[in-house]
Design a protein around this ligand. Structure first.
Ligand code: FAD
Length: 432
C-alpha cells in the first residue's frame, strides 16, 4: 500500500502544512504549495484517488464532460473532450496529476487525530506524528451514508446497502430492489438494476431535473458559461440549504442520453414518494411525490429560461438550436403510499440519500458543530490555520466538482500563505 515514491521518506516530522487526503483536492493544494515552495506532506489512508478506486460502482462514469476535467496546471488532453470518463480513466487522470505535481504523498497513512499544540497542530497517524503550522482537510465529503433513523425498523431479512457499497447488479439476489433517493446516484442505480431484470421501486424526494443536452450543447457547457457553477457561497441567501441541494439527475454515457424520472417510468421502474418509515414490514412513502416533481419541473424551466436569456443577450457560441421545453414529469394519479416488502419480494434496500464527512479524528473542539460538521467560512475553518477543500458549495457551487478545485485552491492557498507568513513574523518577533 505504501507509494513507491514514499519509500525512504520519513513517516513523521515537522512541516509547514499537512494536507489530509490524496484525492484531486489534496493534490491540487499540494501543487499550489509546491509552487510557492511551502514545505508540506500529503497523508493518504489508502492510495491516490482512493475514493474513485474503492467507493464507486463499476459502471459509473463522470457526469461532467472530459473538457471540464481540469485541475490547476493540468487538464484532460485526450481525443474525446465531450466524452465522460470511466472510473479507471478518472484514476489515471488523478494519478497523472500526482506525478506531474510530484506530490509528496504518504499512502497507507491514516490520520487518527489532529490536535492544536503551541499555535500549530499535531497530526497523529498510525505510522508516526507530524507537527505543522497549518492543516488542510481534503479528506472528502462522502464518508458516512446519510440514512434516515426510521431505517432501523426495516426487517432484518432485507439486505441494506449504501451507494458506496454497491458495485453491480450481480451482487444482488434476484428479488426486487427499493432505492431511496433520486439524485444522480439513485437514478443511475435504478436504471442499471432494472435493466438487469429486477423489479425496482424508486423513492423520490427533492430532486434536480436536468436534460443532458439543451439547444445542441451539453448542459454542463451551459452551466459553466452562464456562470451558475461559479456562484459564490457568500452571494446565496441560505447557504446551509444550498449546501444540501442534491446532485442533478445526470448521467455521463457515450450516447449522451438524458436520464430522468420519465425515462425510468417508461422503462418500468415504479416511482413513489419520499421514504418516511416502516411499519410491520411495510415501507411507507409520503404523498409529496407530485409536489416534488412539480417543483423540479419548475426549477428546470427556470434554468432553461436563464440559458435562453443568456443566449438572447448575444453571449452564445454562434448558432445554437432553438429553445425547447420538456414534458412535465409524469406521476400516477394515485402513486403507491406503501409497499409490503415481504409480499412484493423486496430483497435489497439501497440508500442513495447522500453522505456527510467524518471528522471524528479532528480533535480541535471549536472546529465542529454539534452534528460534527466543520464550521467554516468558504473553507477557512473557525480555528486559525485549519482549512477545508472539496465540500459541497464550499466557496462556489462547483466546489465539490473536480474543476472546482482550481479557484478554491488559488484563493485558499493565498489565505494559507498569508497565514504562514504572519505566523513566521510573529515567531521571529517573539524570538527578538
Ligand atoms: C458517485 C459520485 C459521482 C461523482 N461524479 C462527479 C463528476 O462526474 N464530476 C466531478 O467533478 N465530481 C464528481 N463527484 C464529486 C467529487 O469529484 C468527488 O466527491 C471527489 O472524490 C471529491 O474529491 P476530494 O479530493 O475532495 O475527496 P476524495 O476524492 O474523497 O479524497 C479524499 C481522500 O482522503 C482520504 N482520507 C479520508 N480520511 C482520511 C484520514 N483520516 N487519513 C488519511 N486519509 C484520509 C481518502 O482515502 C481519500 O483518498 C462525484 C462524487 C460521487 C460520490
Amino acid at each position: 500500500m505504501i507509494d513507491r515514491r514514499a519509500r525512504g521518506y520519513p513517516a513523521a516530522g515537522t512541516v509547514d502544512v499537512v494536507v489530509i487526503g490524496a484525492g484531486h483536492s489534496g493534490l491540487a493544494m499540494s501543487a499550489r504549495l509546491s509552487g510557492h515552495s511551502i514545505d508540506h506532506v500529503v497523508l493518504e489512508r489508502g492510495e491516490i484517488a482512493n475514493s474513485w478506486r474503492h467507493e464507486r460502482w463499476d459502471s459509473l462514469r463522470l457526469l461532467t464532460p472530459n473538457w471540464q476535467s481540469r485541475l490547476p496546471g493540468y487538464r484532460y488532453a485526450g481525443a474525446d473532450p465531450d466524452g465522460f470518463m470511466t472510473m479507471p480513466e478518472v484514476i489515471d487522470f488523478i494519478e497523472g496529476y500526482a506525478r506531474a505535481a510530484a506530490a509528496p504523498v504518504r499512502t497507507g497513512t491514516t490520520v487518527v487525530s489532529v490536535r492544536s499544540v503551541d499555535g500549530g497542530f499535531r497530526v497523529v497517524t498510525q505510522r508516526g506524528q507530524w507537527r505543522c503550522r497549518a492543516v488542510v482537510l481534503a479528506s472528502g465529503a462522502h464518508h458516512v451514508p446519510h440514512i434516515p433513523a426510521c431505517a432501523a425498523a426495516l426487517p432484518k431479512s432485507l439486505r441494506t446497502l449504501s451507494s458506496k457499497d454497491y458495485r453491480n447488479p450481480h451482487d444482488l439476489d434476484d428479488r426486487g430492489v427499493l432505492i431511496v433517493g433520486a439524485s444522480a446516484t439513485g437514478l443511475q442505480l435504478a436504471d442499471e438494476i432494472h435493466a438487469s431484470g429486477r423489479e425496482v421501486t424508486l423513492a423520490v424526494g427533492e430532486h434536480i431535473r436536468m436534460p443532458r443536452v439543451y439547444r445542441g450543447l451539453d448542459i454542463q457547457r451551459w452551466m459553466d458559461s452562464v456562470g451558475i457553477l461559479d456562484q459564490r457561497y457568500d452571494t446565496v441567501d441560505d447557504i446551509v440549504r444550498a449546501r444540501r441541494v442534491p446532485s442533478p439527475q445526470l448521467i455521463g454515457s457515450p450516447e449522451r442520453a438524458t436520464l430522468d424520472l420519465n425515462t425510468l417510468t417508461e422503462r418500468g421502474v415504479e416511482i413513489v414518494g419520499r421514504f418516511v418509515g416502516v411499519n410491520d414490514g411495510v415501507a411507507q412513502f409520503s404523498g409529496s411525490l407530485r409536489n416534488h416533481c412539480a417543483m423540479a419541473d419548475l426549477k428546470l424551466t427556470r434554468l432553461l429560461d436563464t440559458i435562453d436569456g443568456w443566449v438572447a443577450r448575444g453571449r452564445n457560441y454562434g448558432a445554437v438550436a432553438a429553445p425547447e421545453r420538456f414534458a412535465a414529469t409524469r406521476v400516477d394519479e394515485k402513486p403507491r403510499l406503501s409497499l409490503d416488502l415481504n409480499k412484493q419480494r423486496i430483497g435489497t434496500v439501497i440508500w442513495a440519500t447522500g453522505f456527510r464527512p467524518d471528522y471524528s479524528w479532528l480533535q480541535v473542539p471549536p472546529a465542529l458543530d454539534r452534528k460534527g460538521h466543520l464550521l467554516h467560512e468558504g473553507g477557512v475553518a473557525g480555528v486559525r490555520g485549519l482549512y477545508a477543500l472539496g465540500l459541497p458549495f464550499m466557496r462556489r457551487r462547483k466546489s465539490s466538482f473536480i474543476h472546482g478545485a482550481e479557484d478554491d485552491v488559488r484563493e485558499l492557498g493565498e489565505h494559507l500563505s498569508a497565514y504562514l507568513f504572519g505566523f513566521s513574523q510573529a515567531s521571529s518577533s517573539r524570538r527578538a
